[in-house]
Design a protein around this ligand. Structure first.
Ligand SMILES: *Cc1c(COP(=O)(O)O)cnc(C)c1O
Length: 486
């Protein structure tokens, strides 16, 4: 099995090469050229630990990695940095099952992939005989930056630089970033919003002079964003794990199809569910939940992708996005691997901001539907779920819960993407309580809901601030070059 580009104009590469490169040379995204065979049966799932399952799934999607290499990655990624031994517990509420993906170091689901990515990248580099330092440069709306730094902190042979916008990140996210102690971490606040930060990083990566600088410094740049296949593969694991937990509790029979419901932004999490279904997970239906930036709802309802609309800053900020990158990987399969069509549509998106799906592609998406949830509905859903079920939702998860429909027939696995303690201000507001900033928000939420503040953020606001730089877009190049210089 190799990895090929969705746009068809780049050579096929091994998994190791795909992970190191991030994006394919033709601007497309790497996808497997065939589906691997998993070496377990569904009826074994109830017995496998998270780590055992991770070894099996990762081995299948990384055929050029040895079993010992995969085992090392898994050992380093899913150990004591998680606050529960099961890594991904499942909380049941009738036919709805919350797949809790937020028990890692930064309290959001991105930890699942970003605890593994540094080890995947360094192993890939070793396999390729690459002796360069690896630098990760990432723009973040909050969760990717914190999770990527937590993963890459003090990993030998790597450096990570994160740019976050001055507007849009939560108190907790900002404090997590500016207090990051890793010696190889560089954090900069950027004057502007997330789009400005992302634009600045993209501009830098395409800059010739910056390329020459990297060459001279012997640095390899890689990506921690979910365009990297190394971020998607670890996410396939938890859908199988969740299915195994439903089996274990007798909530489904072996082979019984389930529904999957995912709060979606860049489409990485949902794509992982689709990949799981392609290699054997029985899925009846996928529901894509969006916030007020509902470009995807429109796509699944009308077949038209149109990014020409206002960008909204919402109370589920990790899903504030108008160009959902990983959708390209789904459309590639839905169109019957039609890379020419994908290249054409993506060019139209770049140039005009809009494209229309073919009838064939729409037929390929028959198992998908979508819906969107307003900010007000997010707050109502948090309050209602807490009152009815005594379960506290973060705003992103609430976006998905509002879209839940019990068909009385299928069990639903819902990707629960962040801890409510990562967004205490929004949760307090939703519960009709006084909103308290900073550390006070954590203690207030704990007192009111009689839950405990997660270990991961208990002393967050007592940590010294280590990164104070606020920069303008025109200072990015010199700032990053200084950070990466030997
Ligand atoms: C990143 C993120 C999402 C969106 O996930 P995608 O894979 O980008 O679709 C949803 N919720 C939270 C809390 C996130 O951090």
């Amino acid at each position: 099995m190799n990895y090929v580009s969705t746009r068809g104009k780049a050579p096929a590469v091994s998994a190791a090469e795909a992970i190191l490169q991030g994006l394919a040379t033709d601007g497309g995204l790497y996808v497997p050229d065939q589906w691997p065979t998993l070496d377990f049966d569904l009826d074994q799932l109830a017995q496998l630990s998270y780590q055992e399952l991770a070894v099996k799934v990762l081995s299948a999607f990384l055929p050029d990695f040895t079993l010992a290499e995969v085992q090392e990655v898994v050992d380093a990624s899913y150990g004591s940095q998680w606050d529960t031994e099961t890594i991904v517990p499942v909380h049941d509420d009738g036919n709805l099952h919350y797949l809790e993906l937020f028990h890692g170091p930064t309290l959001a689901f991105k930890d699942i992939a970003l605890q593994a990515l540094p080890h995947l990248v360094t192993t890939a580099a070793r396999k390729m005989g690459l002796n360069k330092e690896i630098a990760i440069l990432t723009a973040t709306s909050g969760d990717t930056g914190t999770a990527a730094m937590s993963g890459f902190a003090d990993v030998a042979g790597t450096k990570i630089a994160v740019l976050y916008p001055q507007v849009g990140v939560s108190d907790i996210q900002r404090q997590q970033m500016v207090s990051e102690p890793g010696k190889n971490t560089y954090v900069y606040g950027l004057e502007g919003n997330f789009d400005d930060a992302q634009q600045a990083v993209k501009g830098l990566l395409g800059d010739e002079k910056f390329g020459a600088f990297l060459k001279e410094q012997d640095v390899q740049i890689s990506s921690a964003n979910s365009i990297n296949i190394g971020r998607l593969i670890p996410q396939i694991v938890y859908y199988f794990y969740g299915y195994g937990q439903l089996l274990k509790k007798g909530q489904i029979k072996v082979g019984e199809p389930i529904d999957v419901l995912v709060p979606t932004g860049n489409f990485g999490n949902m794509l992982a569910a689709f990949y799981a279904s392609q290699v054997g997970l029985p899925v009846h239906h996928f529901t894509v939940a969006s916030n007020e930036n509902h470009v995807l709802t429109e796509l699944f309802e009308t077949g038209v992708y149109n990014r020409n609309r206002d960008f909204k800053v919402t109370n589920a900020p990790a899903m504030d996005i108008l160009v959902s990158s990983n959708l390209e990987r789904l459309l590639y399969f839905a169109s019957g691997q039609d890379s020419q069509l994908i290249a054409k549509d993506m060019q139209a998106l770049q140039e005009k901001g809009v494209y229309q799906l073919s009838d064939k592609t729409r037929q390929g998406l028959a198992k998908f539907s979508a819906g969107w949830t307003s900010q007000k509905q997010v707050e109502e859903t948090i309050a209602e779920t807490y009152t009815k079920s005594a379960y506290l939702l973060d705003p992103h998860t609430a976006v998905a819960v509002h879209q839940y429909q019990d068909d009385g027939e299928h069990q639903t696995l819902l990707a629960t993407t962040a801890s409510p303690y990562k967004f205490p201000q929004t949760v307090l507001e939703a519960l009709g309580e006084e909103v308290v900033a900073g550390a006070g928000g954590l203690t207030a939420l704990a007192a009111i809901t009689k839950t405990s503040i997660p270990q991961q953020v208990k002393t967050l606001f007592e940590q010294p601030i280590r990164h104070r730089d606020i920069i303008r877009a025109d200072q990015i190049q010199s700032t990053i070059e200084n950070a990466l210089k030997h």
